[in-house]
Design a protein around this ligand. Structure first.
Ligand SMILES: [Zn+2]
Length: 438
């Protein structure tokens, strides 16, 4: 922004709650099989919000109704920063909830509904900030590309992947990307740690197959595919994967060790992870490779031994430990079980130093001087995996200051998903500061 332009004062959080509510009320449930309502209504709603302040959007569809939006904002110098959020949500079984998951109710200081943490909260923060800043003439120094995608909850094939494969021109020149699953607090011994997502595990969804000799269930059969497969599945499911500390987790555990008055070593990594209490289940999964059997399929009649038995395994491997993962898996499977991939995605990690990381840290500390900022490795995958194929470094940074007793991790895809209203407003203020320094 040229110095001569006088900017008006503005409140970046002014519209965040209303925008989030309106987005929650547009059902974008993604069942993974294209039977849901799609994202078009939500994308058109976002386009209208941007249009009101003079920002033009491009809408693209990988399939009818599966709409993603891209818009360029600001005209400063330098490489554009991509800010991305997804518009779809996982389905919600309303009968399990205390409130209607698509009503956007506010109760007890929380905004309730499917998508309040994953991730219409961040979508709303970004839109509130963009609208407030544009109206006030306070455009960021760095050009921004905004993207609101379809289909993240089913792997992004009809969303981010489609954008990267077919509309890379809309994302041209972006060198860094900021999206979901980072920036929220977890509490260790009363201290708030803001976890910045700086790495993601790789994903190997595999179909295991055992073949044997078919025959009558009443006779001797030492080549039973069901027995062979079941043994391999049991070995995989009960395997104790060794602790492996990647750079992001080394830094995070060092912060925790500091609070606990000890030192971070591979030997006490598990004890340090336990310090996170409600986040320990997720963080325990990112100090090691994991493989969980999830589906079994064999046979059609109780007295017929089938030729083939199959199982599905959800494997997740750390950056730098892919070879070890597959070598171990081959051993656990044994010679008589083969596998092929249903889906495979590479892990990634971004440096957690430099301008963007500094901007994230400073913007958090400006709003919460007692906070601690540290990187972490995320167990799941996000749209970041697709955008990285265009050469962007990625971070998860959707800031939320949360109450210490809130089991935040369980709200992702969980029943009674909700976000504190003041956390939404906090996030908008932090992210607004971040834009000044990014
Ligand atoms: Zn998400």
């Amino acid at each position: 922004m040229p110095d001569s332009v006088q900017t008006q004062p503005y409140d970046p959080a002014a519209e965040v709650v209303d925008i989030c509510r309106d987005l929650l009320r547009i059902d974008t449930s993604n069942y993974g099989d294209d039977s849901g309502p799609g994202e078009r209504k939500a994308a058109e709603h976002v386009a209208a919000l941007l249009d009101e302040v003079g920002i033009e959007s491009t809408l693209t569809e990988a399939a009818p109704g599966r709409t993603s939006l891209v818009a360029r904002w600001g005209e400063g110098d330098g490489d554009p920063l991509l800010i991305h959020g997804h518009l779809d949500v996982v389905p919600a079984a309303a009968e399990d909830w205390q409130v209607d998951p698509f009503a956007g109710e506010i109760e007890d200081g929380y905004l309730w509904g499917r998508g309040t943490v994953d991730m219409k909260d961040f979508d709303a923060m970004v839109l509130s900030i963009v609208r407030a800043r544009t109206r006030a003439g306070a455009l960021p120094q760095r050009p921004i590309v905004l993207s609101f995608t379809a289909d993240e909850e089913a792997g992004g094939h009809l969303g981010a992947q489609h954008l990267v494969d077919n509309h890379a021109d809309l994302l041209a020149d972006c060198t860094e990307a900021v999206g979901e699953v980072g920036g929220f607090t977890t509490t260790v011994r009363g201290k708030r740690i803001y976890l910045i997502e700086a790495a993601e595990k790789g994903m190997a969804w595999m179909r295991l197959t055992a073949r044997g000799r078919a025959g009558h269930g009443s006779m001797i059969n030492h080549d039973n595919a069901v027995t062979t497969l079941a043994a391999a599945v049991a070995r995989i499911g009960s395997h104790d994967w060794p602790v492996r500390l990647t750079p992001a987790m080394e830094v995070l555990l060092a912060s925790v060790a500091d609070i606990a008055g000890t030192e971070a070593t591979p030997e006490n990594a598990e004890a340090l992870v336990e310090e996170f209490e409600s986040s320990a289940r997720m963080l325990g999964a990112v100090i090691r490779n994991t493989a969980n059997p999830t589906m079994l399929d064999a046979g059609y009649k109780v007295n017929v031994i089938p030729t083939e038995a199959s199982a599905h395994v959800d494997g997740r491997f750390l950056p730098g430990y892919e070879d070890e993962f597959f070598a171990t898996l081959a051993e656990l499977c044994g010679e008589d079980v083969t596998w092929d991939f249903v889906s495979k995605q590479q892990p990634w990690d971004s440096p957690f130093e430099g301008r963007l990381m500094d901007a994230m840290t400073k913007s958090i500390l400006a709003e919460d001087p007692d906070g601690i900022v540290a990187p972490y490795l995320m167990s799941g995958g996000t749209d970041a995996k697709h955008f990285r194929r265009l050469g962007m470094e990625s971070y998860g940074f959707a800031p939320l200051r949360l109450p210490p007793d809130l089991d935040f991790g369980s709200l992702f895809h969980g029943v009674d998903e909700r976000v504190p209203v003041d956390a939404l407003e906090f996030g908008a203020r932090v992210f607004d500061r971040f834009l000044d320094q990014a």
